[in-house]
Design a protein around this ligand. Structure first.
Ligand SMILES: [Zn+2]
Length: 67
């Protein structure tokens, strides 16, 4: 089973990488066990967003693609 390289599979890989990572809110300490970082990209960078369901704190992480 092989997957072709492409934009969507890159996002899939990055989503996998962030799955379950750092889902504890730094503001209120709530651990969002069922939550996840959501990735979106414009082709040059990827923005990951996580919204705390407890206090509404919105975190964004940006990763710049290098090639
Ligand atoms: Zn919070």
């Amino acid at each position: 089973m092989s997957r072709s390289a492409g934009g969507s599979s890159l996002i899939d890989r990055l989503n996998d990488r962030y799955e379950g990572t750092d889902l504890t809110c730094p503001e209120c300490g709530y651990h969002d066990e069922d939550g996840s970082w959501r990735a979106s990209t414009n082709g040059r960078r990827i923005d990951y967003r996580h919204l705390c369901p407890s206090c509404g704190n919105n975190r964004i992480r940006t990763v710049t693609l290098r090639d």
